[in-house]
Design a protein around this ligand. Structure first.
Ligand code: ATP
Length: 324
């Protein structure tokens, strides 16, 4: 393999820059010419592909976002768009591609690698932690840290005013961020997309807390919670439980930004390093992930079709006990 390009696609996630740096430097170490593609698949179609040297990734390890920018590109979903993307790679003599993104990005990568003679390796970059083949996705740990920093602050004001807060966190259909941030912030309850919620049980739990002199309560609501977001749940609880003044906070996109945690810097570095080594070893159509403490390769097909992740039931049970 002579020339490799890297792109970031879909939603950005902290740690993507650490990964880009690792990809570029590992490639250079192997004597490969390295390229960066701007704005995900859109940059392939627009031929927005630039050579990158070791210096071009200086001082980015600690930055959130992605220096290559990211985009959602509808044209890449069409055969014509894919053909243009391939032609542009050909023009630059690029036959290896590292794509950092989520499941949409991997779907595009899988179809592209099956149709054209380009070797493609995926890196799971999404705060949602919803991909099979990696215990942790890039950005997930930082997002949890961001949530708990925010909830700690909300706790101060909730406590000062004896309030009940419903805090909505990201994760799309995955409750991973919600569950872990609930544990780490000592929330009184957590509502997940994967679990049926009984509003009655929630109210009982909050009543119990109030009776044991809890002066504030915090309920974390995953954005994908099937029985409604934080506003909906707060409204329903308020109908029958008025012990506290009730407030709602939607944390939103601040969860996507910020300097990556040490975990995400190291994960991004390891996955970027592993992605290029996989291409050098002739691999394609696979993603690199972390299983246990080891780097593992999983076919993109499996990563996309297997049930994506396991929400830890034991952690859910523990949360119930620790929040009494
Ligand atoms: P996140 O989980 O953060 O949203 P993602 O990678 O799932 O990240 P998407 O917007 O779903 O984000 O996908 C990113 C890009 O991947 C799309 O904008 C599109 O260019 C490409 N893509 C998605 N699905 C397909 C597909 N079926 N065929 C070709 N390309 C696709």
């Amino acid at each position: 393999i002579k020339n490799i390009a890297v792109l970031t696609s879909g939603g950005d996630a902290p740690g993507m820059n650490a990964c880009i740096r690792a990809v570029i430097r590992t490639g250079i170490y192997h004597g490969i010419n390295m390229f960066g593609v701007m704005q995900g698949y859109q940059g392939l179609i627009n031929n927005n592909i630039k050579p990158m040297d070791s210096y071009s990734v200086c001082n980015i390890l600690q930055l959130g976002g992605t220096i290559l920018k990211t985009a959602r590109c509808l044209d890449f979903k069409t055969p014509e768009g894919m053909q243009i993307a391939y032609d542009n790679l050909q023009k630059n003599d690029i036959n290896g591609l590292v794509v950092i993104g989520g499941d949409g990005t991997f779907t595009g990568a899988k179809l592209f690698s099956e149709k054209y003679n380009v070797k493609v390796i995926g890196v799971p970059g999404t705060i949602d932690n919803d991909l099979a083949g990696s215990d942790f996705t890039l950005g997930y740990d930082t997002a949890i840290n961001t949530v708990i920093e925010a909830v700690d602050k909300i706790r101060d004001t909730a406590d000062a005013h004896d309030r009940l807060f419903f805090v909505e966190v990201m994760g799309r259909g995955s409750g991973c961020i919600a569950l872990r941030s609930a544990i780490a912030s000592g929330a009184e309850a957590v509502l997940l997309p994967e679990k049926e919620t009984s509003i009655e049980d929630l109210i009982q739990k909050l009543k119990l807390g109030a009776s044991t002199k809890k002066s504030s309560s915090i309920v974390i609501v995953a954005e994908g919670h099937k029985q409604g977001g934080a506003f909906d749940v707060a409204k329903r609880v308020k109908e029958t439980f008025n012990h506290y003044d009730t407030k709602v906070t939607i944390l939103g996109h601040l969860q996507r930004g910020g300097s990556p945690s040490s975990f995400d810097r190291i994960l991004g570095s390891r996955l970027g390093f592993a992605a290029v080594n996989a291409l050098v070893a002739g691999e394609s159509g696979k993603m690199v992930g972390l299983k246990g403490n080891d780097i593992a390769l999983t076919s993109l097909n499996e990563a996309l079709t297997k049930h994506s992740y396991k929400l830890e039931d034991d952690l859910m049970e523990m949360t119930k006990v620790l929040s009494i």
